[in-house]
Ligand binder design. Structure first.
Ligand SMILES: Nc1ncnc2c1ncn2[C@@H]1O[C@H](COP(=O)(O)OP(=O)(O)OP(=O)(O)O)[C@@H](O)[C@H]1O
Length: 201
């Protein structure tokens, strides 16, 4: 259970790849540069040139991450090519202590885990107007291979089905018109934005 009493709650944004999570997060950060922050993840991979411990990542060992995951200290974790990554409850709590709204861009499984850990947050699901439009956005972004687009679309329906899971999301926003979706997102976060704005006035 996250116990921080001061500072705004976090915001969890989930939704299929290509729906526009990054785009909306960027809009929030541009409009409110001081009010939003990201948690620093843990990783067992070695730092790259210029990467600072505690800034870009908390660099640690696979054993320590596994131990902390077992102890329930992580909201989500994954092993990718033998390297461990994860978001600790403490890392999210640190952002709150700075008076900022911590943005978590995580998948549905990560949301379930965050809920189970009692992470205080607004849980937002971002849905595409249709699968066809999602495909169009993934292609339009120009970052994915055909294989990658197929994988992402294959995963999308399962993610979208989770939007109605009882007790998981506080709100579902359909990202059809970008400005309207952004307006809805800000409305959901208004209390937290006001709280963070007081700290950073
Ligand atoms: N409302 C919208 N209408 C049309 N295009 C949009 C809209 N929102 C986002 N896009 C475009 O769709 C593409 C995918 O958006 P974005 O990269 O933000 O998705 P994402 O959910 O963050 O994906 P990923 O999970 O793969 O990082 C981008 O090219 C973006 O400009």
């Amino acid at each position: 259970m996250v116990t921080g009493i001061s500072g705004p709650n976090a915001v969890v944004i989930a939704g299929p790849s290509g729906v526009g999570k990054g785009t909306l997060i960027e809009k929030l950060r541009q409009e409110f540069p001081k009010l939003f922050g990201f948690s620093v993840s843990h990783t067992s991979r070695a730092p790259r040139a210029g990467e600072q411990d505690g800034v870009h990542y908390h660099f640690t060992t696979a054993e320590k991450i596994k131990e902390d995951v077992a102890a329930g200290k992580f909201i989500e974790h994954a092993e990718v090519h033998g390297r461990h990554y994860g978001t600790s409850i403490m890392a999210v709590e640190k952002v709150r202590q700075l008076g900022k709204i911590c943005i978590l861009d995580i998948d549905v499984q990560g949301c379930r885990s965050a809920r189970a850990k009692g992470l205080l947050a607004k849980y937002v699901f971002l849905a595409p107007p249709s699968i066809q439009e999602l495909e169009k956005r993934l292609r339009g972004r120009g970052t994915e291979s055909e294989d990658s687009i197929a994988t992402r679309l294959g995963n999308a329906q399962k993610e979208i089905d989770a939007k109605d899971e009882k007790g998981l999301f506080d709100v579902v926003i359909v990202n059809d018109d970008l400005d309207m979706a952004y307006h809805e997102l800000k409305e959901i976060l208004q209390t937290d934005i006001d709280q963070a704005a007081k700290v950073h006035a």
